[in-house]
Design a protein around this ligand. Structure first.
Ligand code: PEP
Ligand code: MG
Length: 328
C-alpha cells in the first residue's frame, strides 16, 4: 500500500479543464498523521476528536487533549486541520459519560449524541474549546460541530469557544491567529435553515454517512439495510445539490467528508453537482486524485444535470457507462 501511496503522492488534483480540486483526508489519531505526507493530501478535512475519548478509560484531561491537538497541528505543518468537536454518545458509548437517567436508547444514532451531549455537558465542550484554542496559539484554528440540527446549536457551541477565548485573552496566552467555525450537515432539517446559518459559517462539511441514514431512514450500521439505498440515487444527489445552492452567494467552503467521497463513481457524481472539496479515507486519496485529472467539469456537470432532471432507471449504471466510454 505504501508503494501505491508513494506513486500518487505527488499527483496534483487538477481537472482536465484546469480546476484545482481539494482532496483532504480524514483522521482521528496521532498515528494517522504520517498519512498526510504519504498520500499528499491537502490537509485533514475531518479530525475525529472523539477517538482520544474512545481509547481512554477516563475523560481525557485538558493537558492531554491540548497535547494531542498540538501534536496534530505540528505534524500537519502548513496544511489545514479541521477539528470536529466530540461526536460521542449514540453507538459510541463511553462508560464514564452516561445519560443522566442511565437508560439505554432505542435509537442511539438519533439520540443523545454529538453536539447534543456537548451542549448539555457544558464542561466537556469548555475543556475541549480551551484545549483547541491553546493548541492553535499562533495558528489558524478550524473547528466544526457535529450533528447540528438547528442554527441556535451552532451559536451556542461557538459561544463556548468565544468565552474561552476571552478568558485566555485575560491570561495573556498566545491566541490563534484566526478561528474558522464550521458546521457539519448530517441532519436533513438543517438543510432547510441554511439561509439562517450560512452567514455565520466559514465552512460547511457534509457528513454523508449520517446524512444518508437519516434521509433514507436506514440505519448505517445495519447490514440488512445496506442494499436499501445507494449514494448514487437521485434523492441524495438532488438533496446535496440543493445544499450547495443553499449556501451559494455566501463565502462558505463546502466539503463532503463522508465515505461517499472516497469512491470513484460517487466522487464523479459529487464533482458533477458542484462539489470541489473532499475529505476522505487516506487509502482513497491517491485514486481520487488520479480520477480528478481525467475529468472535465463542464462535461460531467451537464451529464449530472440531465440525469437529475430526468433520472434514468439506474443512475449508477448511467455513470458506469459514462465513465467507461471515456476510459475513466
Ligand atoms: C458522517 O457522518 O458522514 C461523518 C463523516 O461522520 P462520522 O462518520 O464520524 O459519523
Ligand atoms: Mg457523522
Amino acid at each position: 500500500r505504501q508503494a501505491a501511496y508513494a506513486k500518487l503522492r505527488d499527483v496534483e488534483p487538477f481537472t482536465r479543464c484546469g480546476t484545482r480540486i481539494t482532496v483532504m483526508m480524514n483522521a482521528g489519531l496521532r498515528d494517522d498523521m504520517p498519512g498526510l505526507a504519504l498520500t499528499g493530501a491537502d490537509g485533514i478535512g475531518l479530525f475525529r476528536t472523539e477517538f482520544q475519548f474512545l481509547v481512554s478509560a477516563t475523560l481525557p484531561a485538558r493537558e492531554r487533549q491540548t497535547r494531542l491537538y498540538r501534536d496534530v497541528l505540528d505534524a500537519a505543518g502548513d496544511k489545514p486541520v479541521v477539528f470536529r468537536t466530540v461526536d460521542i454518545g449514540g453507538d459510541k458509548v463511553l462508560p464514564y459519560l452516561r445519560h443522566n437517567d442511565g437508560e439505554s436508547e432505542e435509537n442511539p444514532a438519533m439520540g443523545w449524541r454529538a453536539l447534543r451531549v456537548a451542549l448539555e455537558r457544558g464542561g466537556l465542550l469548555k475543556v475541549q474549546a480551551r484545549s483547541l484554542l491553546e493548541a492553535a496559539g499562533g495558528r489558524t484554528l478550524n473547528v466544526m460541530f457535529p450533528m447540528v440540527t438547528e442554527p441556535w446549536e451552532f451559536d451556542a457551541a461557538r459561544e463556548v469557544f468565544e468565552s474561552q477565548l476571552a478568558y485566555l485573552k485575560t491570561q495573556k496566552k498566545l491566541l490563534p491567529e484566526a478561528i474558522r467555525y464550521g458546521a457539519m450537515l448530517e441532519v436533513p432539517a438543517l438543510a432547510e435553515q441554511l439561509d439562517v446559518l450560512a452567514p455565520k459559517l466559514s465552512f460547511l462539511s457534509i457528513g454523508t454517512n449520517d446524512l444518508t441514514q437519516f434521509l433514507f431512514a436506514a440505519d448505517r450500521a445495519n447490514p440488512k439495510l445496506a442494499e436499501r439505498y445507494d449514494w448514487l440515487s437521485p434523492a441524495i444527489l438532488r438533496f446535496l445539490k440543493r445544499v450547495i445552492q443553499g449556501v451559494a452567494g455566501h463565502s462558505v467552503d463546502v466539503t463532503v467528508c463522508g465515505e461517499m467521497g472516497g469512491r470513484r463513481l460517487e466522487a464523479l457524481a459529487l464533482l458533477g453537482i458542484g462539489i470541489r472539496r473532499l475529505s476522505i479515507t487516506p487509502a482513497s486519496v491517491g485514486p481520487i486524485k488520479e480520477l480528478v485529472r481525467k475529468i472535465d467539469l463542464d462535461e460531467i456537470g451537464k451529464a449530472m444535470n440531465g440525469w437529475l432532471m430526468a433520472p434514468p432507471p439506474s443512475l449508477r449504471q448511467a455513470l458506469v457507462d459514462w465513465a467507461q466510454q471515456r476510459g475513466i
